[in-house]
Structures are given as C-alpha cells and as structure tokens.
Design a protein around this ligand. Sequence first.
Ligand code: SF4
Ligand code: SF4
Length: 440
Amino acid sequence: MAVRYLLSTKFPTQQQHYHHVTSSLVPNSHNNTYDGAIPAKVELRNIKYKCVQNVKSLVNTLKLSTPLESLHRGNWVKLICGASFEDVVDIRNLSLVYTLAGVDCIDCAADASVVSAVNEGIEAARDIVCLRRPWVMISVNDDKDLHFRKAEFDPEDCPEDCSRPCENVCPANAISFQGKSTFGISYNKAPRSPKDGVITERCYGCGRCLPVCPYDKIREVTYVRDAIATADLIKRNDVDAMEIHTSGRQSTMFKELWCALGDSVGNLRLIAVSLPNDRDSTISCMNELFSIMKPNLQCFNLWQLDGRPMSGDIGRGATKESIAFAVQLAKAKQRPPGFLQLAGGTNAHTIDGLKKEGLFQATSIANGETSATSSSNSSHALIGGIAYGGYARKIVGRVLRSMQSQYGGGAPIEDHPEHLLMALREALALVGPVKCLQRD
Ligand code: SF4
Ligand code: SF4
C-alpha cells in the first residue's frame, strides 16, 4: 500500500530558516551585546527538536521490506557510494541519510575504513529511528575498469594563467586549489597548500577532468582490488554482499578472481556482477560468468546492468542506456539465473523510463512478447530494482556541502537535524518512487 512520505507542513528553505534563526542573534547596535541570545538559543533548540521529530515521522511512515523481498518485488534500491570514493566523512553521512530513506543496500569501496564508515552511518541512522539494516556491499574488479581509477596531476606543473577547467568540471569537488589568492592574484603566486591538486579520497574516477585540461597535465591511475584483502573483508560480519565489476570479455580474469576469493564467498548473501552492454555478446558472456560462479555460489546473484557508467548526475538523457540495457535483457530468452538491476546513468528519470517500457515491477513485458522469467525458474519481478550513484550523491551532497561550510568538514549530519531533514527529503524524492511512496 502506498504511503505518504512528505509532510504537509512546509519546512522553510535553508535560506529562510537561517535568516529566521540568526536574525535574533544580531548584536544590539548600542551596547554590542546579544539581547536576544537566550530566546534565540531556545528557539534554535526548538527548531532542532522539531526537525528530529519530522525526520522520525517521515521514516516511520515507510513500510520497508527486507532487501531480499525488495529484489523479488522489484523495488530494490541500492546507494552506490562509489567503488573508488573513499571520503569517509561523506560516506558515513550519505549512508546515514539513505538508510533513513529506506535503501536496501549500500555499495562502497572494498576498503576496511570505508566499510566501517558505511556501517557507522547505518547504525547512527538506526539510533535515530528503529528500522531494518540495509545490506553492505563491497565493489571489486577483475581487471582494468573505469570505476577503479583516480585522476592525478602535479599542480606545480600547471601554468599560472590556466583558468582551471578541471576544478569546475569535477562533480566530486575532488580538485582543490587552496593556495589560491582571493584578491585577484594568481593562485600560483600564493603559497601552495599541501591539498592542492586532486584530493585522492574524493576522486571516484569519473574521468571528466581528463579531456578538459588544455595542457594535458592530468593522468589516470588505474588499480585492481587485491583478492586476498577482499576475501578478508567479506569475512567481516558487517559485509553482506560483493559486486564484481568486469568487462566480461576476459573471463579468465574473472575466473582468477573468483578462485582467489575461495570459500570466503560463502559468507555472502548476494553476489552481483556489474557489466557493460556488449550487445549481442552480453548473454553468452553472462552465461559464461555464471558457469564459473555456479559451483561455489551459495547465495543469490544479481546482474548489474551498467548503462552509461558514472553519469547519472549529468541529466535526463544519461539514463537512456541503462533503460535500453534493461529492455534488451528482459527480452533475452537464454539469460542465466539472477536478479537484474539497473545502474550507470540512473537518476530521477529512470523510474519513468522503466514504466514507459512496462518494466517497472512487471513480471512480463507490457506487450506480452516475452515471458519474464523464462530462464530463471522463479517468480520474482523482471527487474529487481535500481542502483543510484552520482545522482544520489549529488542531491544529498549539496546539503552536506552547505552543512560543512557552516560547521566544518567533519560534521556528523545527525548533529544538525535541520540539515538531516533537508537531506532526507532529497533522498526520499529519489528512493520514494521506486518504493511506491506517494508525494504530497
Ligand atoms: S576523475 Fe572525476 S572525480 Fe576524479 S578528479 Fe577528475 S573529475 Fe574529479
Ligand atoms: S586544467 Fe590542467 S593545467 Fe589547468 S589547473 Fe587543471 S590540471 Fe592544471
């Protein structure tokens, strides 16, 4: 049954809210004291209290199924923190907000400190409202892959007159020139900050900075996650799922990784394989990968259809490739068992695209051409759900940036309930339609 997730009372915009709260904190012009300080503090405390109550009310309206039930119903939502994104402060806050918004899974880098940050965010969310825990998934690769790279350059090599298009194009605020002057003097003449250049932990490898540098100063550095370290990670009791990114063209690499992971995969509840659309070869590739996994596969499996990698934040058109991929797979008769889930370019337009194709929570294609589960022996939804990455991080990231500019970089979002409420509303606007929640 559909439930409402937006409160009917309008919460003021951030600007209105802070004008309202801070206006009574302006010093008295005669004696320079804060005449209104005590009432303002009380008012601020009341506002924070109301925000917490609103957060609880919103979350308490959600009727969440278990992650596995969501996959069967076709309303699974996964938050992708980014296979290479390692900013643990943002990751913790994103995990907290999206846990409250009801995601089924949080996918993150296969790194111990990142996994800990995700779990910390989840538990902080569950301290606010008692709700079920989303699965934690780690992402690894079997070979060179776009999701497993970082940009790199030496800012000392940058010409003084460069307008820094790299900084403007970066969606992750991962390029910084803190040594710049704010008074019109070239940043190159100001002392360099040790943080000038690419902030490695924030770079998630989207590659948008690479072609825009007019001096060709930016390099990409690729890496492959270590299989032994991954095996150790998935033995942790706070890791539930793993995703293997593969091109599918070199199944020997996939097999090597699968064998190196050994019995550790027995600890998992779900194993996902993320692959690009290789047109006519896709189904045969999936069948080959499945045959490699099958002897040691003791849990559910999922195919992540990576339409247009790391592009969901760009705009409406970015989601077309993931929808086309879903249509192609839904029609395929010989696909191996496993849930199907969209990714790569997914954003607020994806759900409408799926509905137009008759694929949202459907067990058969709208025009009746093909049986939904012709090759999977089960009655689950044709498309298990959607994973959101760049777009999900962008909409909540705006709130996080605003909060951090006021309170500093390490601020836990639950300490600032007014920001938590704003972030939760953003997250619910994305997650809600997949979960069939109604907007007011
Ligand atoms: S690769 Fe993407 S995230 Fe990394 S620095 Fe370049 S633009 Fe930013
Ligand atoms: S665009 Fe290239 S040259 Fe200019 S600041 Fe960025 S990396 Fe340096």
